[in-house]
Design a protein around this ligand. Structure first.
Ligand SMILES: [Zn+2]
Length: 281
């Protein structure tokens, strides 16, 4: 590490809380951070602050062995980039069911560069759908440059290509190259008309010279947002179940001193409490 101490000459010497950032200078007889309450032995940090400016959060709740949510953004604890891994992963490098980050990999991937089944990003590669500045997909690709089974965009290359410049087996566009084409110069192959007619719901219609292709971005976006919302819902439900189980078990342990009345404690069979300790909101 090269240290150039021009900007903050005394920052490296200043002790501060690695958890909340509170300056701990002069707190010689305190055992806890006065701001966040964490033990100073755990959080005392020295060194340039920008190397600790990131965020780390990992939920205690797990699902299929993964934290329900893992957030790792920016430099922290000696890592220059946050690597998040979870059902929902948010980070500089994010891997998860729903991954959001500079570089995101997942079932649903959203990021500067996104790689997934459904991908949305500056550069996106998606198995079933991709949308972005540059989008590639075996299924639907929508973007400035779109390459895919069905490609729609400024420059579209695919089996079915629709765009300003379209190159494909079936191609429709201002300029179209391919086997069955529809273009501005009046070329209209019957098979292309049939195919694009069949796919109007997905790639829009051409009236005269104008291709109306609002559908493709809509479906590409929906194909990312719908499963993303489902995963977020799953994560929310898992978190809720966990907190209910926690409440139930703390209620059980509160009763631990007394003799157990019946073996119908909440959580014993995974069923909600029907007994006296039914949960109230
Ligand atoms: Zn603190």
């Amino acid at each position: 590490m090269t240290t150039t101490t021009t900007l903050q000459p005394n920052a490296p010497a200043d002790p501060y809380c690695g958890n909340c950032g509170y300056t701990l200078t002069g707190l010689t007889d305190s055992s806890k951070c006065p701001e966040c309450g964490r033990p100073i032995v755990e959080v005392l940090t020295r060194g340039p602050r920008y190397l600790e400016a990131g965020k780390r959060y990992r939920s205690a709740t797990t699902l299929f062995g993964l934290p329900v949510i893992d957030i790792a953004i920016g430099p922290k604890h000696g890592e220059l980039r946050g690597r998040a891994r979870g059902i929902i992963a948010i980070g500089d490098i994010a891997t998860g069911w729903l991954a959001i980050g500079g570089f995101a990999r997942g079932i649903v991937a959203i990021g500067g560069f996104a790689l997934g089944v459904f991908a949305l990003g500056g550069g996106s590669v998606g198995l079933l759908s991709a949308m972005g500045g540059m989008a590639m997909s075996l299924g639907l690709a929508v973007g400035g440059l779109a390459i895919g089974g069905i490609a729609s965009g400024g420059l579209a290359i695919g089996w079915i290509a629709n765009g300003g410049l379209a190159i494909g087996f079936f191609a429709r566009g201002g300029e179209a190259h391919g086997v069955h084409i529809i273009n501005r110069s009046g070329a209209t192959s019957t098979k292309a008309v049939q195919m694009f007619g069949f796919l109007t719901w997905l790639v829009g219609s051409a009236r005269g010279n104008v291709v109306r292709a609002f559908q493709a971005p809509f479906y590409a976006l929906a194909s990312v947002l719908a499963p993303g919302a489902l995963i977020a819902l799953l994560a929310a439900l898992a978190t809720r179940n966990k907190s209910q189980t926690d409440q139930a078990s703390s209620a059980t342990s509160a009763n631990a001193g007394r003799p157990a009345p019946v073996r119908s404690g909440p959580g014993s069979q995974g069923t909600p409490a029907q007994g006296p300790t039914a949960l109230r909101p």
